[in-house]
Design a protein around this ligand. Structure first.
Ligand SMILES: *Cc1c(COP(=O)(O)O)cnc(C)c1O
Length: 382
């Protein structure tokens, strides 16, 4: 095996983060008005399901995503679940997605009693491959009046759910062409890609709907939380309605005319998010600086540090290197973690998990290649 310069790499990361203590993969950064906004919630008693920060958060997100509307929700997973329902996913349908993702992507499909179909990713973006989607549909697609069906299973293919891995946008133009041809709405799992741009436009704004996460490990956090974004006002209203128990507005009567959810984001979480979003541009710049410093370092060691693809601007949420093979990957993981520098392999592919082992999938050639080689390295804002 070639020399991976692991001791030098560990020292470089310790110098970068200016500590020899444990260095986590990603921690939140609170240097704005977080405490002020949280105190305001407590002082005014508006800590729960209503309050001005929820509205303010929705406006900030719509501005950042450049969409007409945003709906705050309790977490990103719930957001994807509801966004799929809004896109028309019903029980028994199929949803095209990638196996190389965090488990929430697939779970959100199954919460709608729909079936995930796992298609391959591209090597460069690590996200859903338009070519893989096209190949699958050419073989199995059956375009009918009311949408696209899988002629092998007889099920409707009611959505395509690409995920922008670590904040690197998928090939959206090509994916949109394929999905348009087959009349399949796109819902973007943009949980990891807040602030990432594709040809100058924010991820999340390309699909019929998009979803962001504000979990504690994401680029900006509300503690826990999510947001659905869309340009379709009818869907946004419906999204707000469904995520707030589907209650008909009335001065005192309780009347609910659909099976809604209690998926609201509490005001106290929105307050934290508002303070975080005010700093988003700064976070993006600092991450870009860290990425370029990593890039310079790893290039002198002959190790491939992943950078944004052509026509995109990544948010560099989680940064990563690509090792030459699984043996190198394992040595990198073992050595760094043993010395307090947290690193983590990319996710195990969804069809390796017991609940997804029997799902339809294609060859997964690129996904398996990346599964064996990609390692995340400390990426916090400093
Ligand atoms: C974080 C994440 C989610 C879910 O977000 P939560 O807010 O934790 O529910 C969904 N998909 C991907 C790809 C994620 O990374």
């Amino acid at each position: 095996m070639r020399d991976l310069y692991l001791n030098q790499t560990i020292r470089f990361i310790q110098e970068t983060f200016q500590t020899t203590n444990f260095i986590p993969l990603h921690v939140p950064h609170f240097s704005g008005k977080e405490k002020r906004y949280l105190n305001e919630c407590i002082d005014t008693t508006f800590v729960s399901s209503v309050g001005k920060f929820v509205d303010q958060f929705e406006e900030q997100i719509a501005t950042i995503a450049q969409t007409n509307r945003a709906v705050a929700v309790v977490n990103g997973t719930a957001g994807i679940q509801v966004a799929l329902r809004l896109a028309g996913v019903s029980a028994g349908d199929e949803v095209l997605t990638q196996a190389l993702t965090f488990v929430a992507t697939a779970n959100a499909i199954v919460y709608n009693n729909a079936h995930p179909v796992f298609l391959d990713v591209d090597i460069d973006t690590m996200g859903l491959s338009p070519r893989a989607v096209s190949d699958f549909l050419e073989e199995h697609g059956d375009l009918r009046e009311d949408g696209c069906y899988n002629k092998t299973t007889g099920r409707k293919i009611s959505a395509c759910l690409p995920m922008h891995t670590f904040g690197f946008p998928v090939h959206l133009d090509e994916l949109i062409v394929v999905c348009k041809k087959w009349n399949i709405p796109i819902v973007e799992d943009a949980a990891e890609s807040l602030g990432s741009l594709y040809k100058g436009k924010p991820t999340g704004s390309f699909g019929e709907l998009g979803v962001f996460s504000f979990n504690g490990n994401k680029i900006a956090t509300s503690g826990g939380g999510g947001a659905i974004v869309t340009n379709n006002k009818v869907l946004a209203d419906q999204g707000k309605y469904l995520t707030t128990t589907a209650k008909q507005p009335h001065a005192y009567e309780y009347y609910h005319d659909a099976l809604g959810y209690n998926y609201r984001m509490p005001n106290i979480n929105a307050a934290l998010a508002c303070a975080q979003l005010e700093q988003l541009q700064g976070f993006l710049e600092k991450k870009r600086k860290l990425a370029s410093s990593y890039k310079a370092y790893f290039s002198t060691k002959g190790i491939d540090f992943r950078t944004e693809t052509q026509d995109t601007k990544a948010n560099y949420w989680l940064m990563c290197v690509e090792l030459a093979n699984k043996e190198e990957r394992n040595l990198f993981l073992e050595t760094t973690n043993a010395q307090g520098v947290m690193t983590r392999p990319i996710w195990q592919l969804m069809f390796r998990l017991p609940m997804y082992k029997d799902c339809t999938r294609d060859s997964q050639k690129n996904a398996i290649f990346l599964e064996e080689r990609i390692v995340n390295i400390p990426s916090s804002v400093i």
